[in-house]
Write a protein that binds this ligand. Structure first.
Ligand code: ATP
Ligand code: MG
Length: 225
């Protein structure tokens, strides 16, 4: 099947107080519709960095990211934001919810359309992640796992073909984890490409493809494809 998202020769280093930290050397990755891809690797191996590059939130030092047929490397910031908004749903490792807004408003924020429509869609998505009853709670009135599910609902509000999530089960008990993994499977079955960064073996076990980041390079471990 054709790729929904592709990284080609992606490299990234950070420079901090005169010291260079090489994180990614030359990473190639293809993400297909209908599949769950897991990205694993020890803490500090560059999983979040790679996910942010795939999500067009961080620019690589070299290499490029293609979303569908679009090479994003030459795009202006506005064009990048547009591709991101329409094609990519991102669940951050630390959720990044707006603290002063209700769950409902948080989910509706990225909706590019009318507010009433956005809120109706947000309500349906909160229901889908099992949080219909918490719609008017602000993040401070939600548990960690509930905030994580609000962040997933927000990532889905524009109906993106690509869903990227950083440690999506980090704060969940086993039962909620199973529900969430079922939801990611549904998203893949709908034809979306799902990429999950994870330390959790239960997550990588359900994935169709598992890639491990090690010393800046990607090693494919398992594939049902
Ligand atoms: N803005 C930055 N400036 C300098 N170094 C950074 C920056 N962001 C990340 N790093 C370094 O890059 C490396 C990779 O970080 P990254 O967050 O991608 O790791 P990770 O695999 O997601 O780790 P974890 O499993 O702990 O979340 C780390 O060694 C980190 O210290
Ligand atoms: Mg991380």
């Amino acid at each position: 099947m054709s790729a929904l998202l592709r990284a080609e020769g992606v490299g990234k280093s950070y420079s901090l107080r005169g010291k260079r930290v090489d994180v990614l050397q030359s990473v190639d990755l293809t993400v297909r519709p209908g599949e769950i891809t897991a990205l694993v690797g020890r803490s500090g191996s560059g999983k979040t960095t790679l996910l942010h590059i795939l999500g067009l939130l961080t620019e690589p030092d070299h290499g490029r990211v293609l979303v569908g047929e679009t090479d994003t490397s030459g795009l202006t910031d506005n064009a990048l934001a547009d591709v991101r908004r329409r094609r990519i749903g991102f669940v951050f490792q630390h959720y990044n919810l707006l603290p002063q807004h209700s769950a409902l408003r948080n989910v509706a924020v990225p909706y590019v359309g009318r507010r009433a429509q956005g809120e109706e869609r947000a309500r349906r998505l909160l229901d889908r992640v099992g949080l219909a009853e918490r719609a008017c709670h602000v993040p401070g009135e939600l548990s960690g796992g509930e905030q994580q599910r609000v962040a997933l609902a927000r990532a889905l509000v524009n109906d993106p073909p690509v869903v990227l999530a950083d440690e999506p089960t980090g704060n969940l008990d086993e039962g909620s984890e199973r529900v969430l993994l079922g939801l990611f499977r549904e998203l893949a079955d709908e034809g979306r490409a799902v990429v999950l960064v994870t330390h959790n073996p239960a997550v990588s076990d359900t994935a169709d493809v598992v890639h491990r980041l090690d010393a800046g390079a990607l090693v494919t471990e398992g594939s049902d494809a």
